[in-house]
Design a binder for this molecule. Structure first.
Ligand SMILES: O=c1ccn([C@@H]2O[C@H](COP(=O)(O)O)[C@@H](O)[C@H]2O)c(=O)[nH]1
Length: 268
């Protein structure tokens, strides 16, 4: 078992630092696929597709299986609405819950306070800059900074409101670690096999089972993410769409464990 990186993470110990993104349309499919991978997973991430399709029952199977739930709803609304939604998500059993850092100071503060008032069983996770965006996309949105600078700015804003867990791309993990210190928990989607960086997705391709980037723009391998300072990696399609999902999960879990040991050896 591996100790979680942050004292704020509610579980005492975790079996893995791999978070599987259970992006399925159907609860039964999500349950079947995820439970087959369970020995290799730390948490299951339930996101918009499953939650919008199935509502609260999207979480019940994972709760019953004792698999900690990362509820990735990326809340972004006025502070009162987000606060009330956080309260409902905690009641459903979310152990980690995402909000957009761009929702601003008061929204972030009220999300954190709500989680504390509910007994600190759920960690609020601030999403900085989506891994599907690059500097050009940010310019289109009127953001005058590169993705790394913007991610650091948003992470600092959230940290100052009491948030201690962050989603960022593997590209800015080192920057955020330097900015926020060892107490921050850094979670990185955008994880792909080494060849993905150079392989353009086929037209209309929707799966990275073949090792492509899909719609992700700021990516790295699981090993790179961990060596740069990530605490968790989030992986969806490279496992879900692999010819052998169990083997894919096992391999990524092993890579993460080896990289954590390598990082520890470098530190000591
Ligand atoms: O910036 C972000 C925030 C969240 N995600 C989520 O992570 C997974 C990644 O799935 P892959 O199939 O491995 O690309 C997905 O559920 C996203 O909603 C993200 O990718 N980037």
């Amino acid at each position: 078992m591996i100790s979680p990186p942050s004292s704020r993470f509610p579980d005492g110990r975790l079996s893995s630092r791999l978070i599987f993104a259970a992006d399925f349309a159907d609860v039964d499919e999500a349950r079947r696929a995820t439970l087959a991978l369970q020995p290799h997973l730390g948490l299951v991430k339930i996101g918009l597709e499953l939650f919008v399709g199935a509502g609260p029952s999207a979480l019940s199977w994972a709760r019953e299986a004792g698999l900690p739930i990362f509820l990735d709803l990326k809340l972004h609304d006025i502070p009162a609405t987000v606060e009330r939604a956080v309260d409902r998500a905690i009641a459903l059993g979310a152990r980690m819950l995402t909000v957009h850092a761009a929702g601003g100071k008061e929204m972030l503060l009220r999300a954190v306070r709500c989680a504390e008032a509910a007994g600190d069983t759920c960690t609020i996770v601030a999403v900085t800059v989506l891994t599907s965006l690059d500097d050009g996309d940010l310019a289109d949105l009127g953001v005058d900074s590169d993705a790394g600078t913007q991610a650091r700015r948003l992470a600092r804003l959230a940290f100052d409101q009491g948030v201690r867990a962050f989603v960022c791309s593997p590209e800015e993990v080192a920057t955020l670690r330097a900015e926020l210190g060892p107490k921050a928990t850094l979670i990185t989607p955008g994880v792909r096999a080494a060849q993905a960086a150079t392989r353009a997705p086929a037209a209309g391709a929707s799966s990275s089972g073949g090792g492509g980037k899909d719609d992700q723009k700021r990516i790295a391998t699981a090993r790179e993410a961990i060596l740069r300072g990530a605490d968790y990696v989030v992986v969806g399609r490279p496992i879900r769409d692999a010819a052998d999902p169990k083997a894919a999960a096992e391999q990524i879990d092993r890579t993460v464990r080896d990289a954590l040991a390598e990082a520890e050896a470098i530190r000591t």
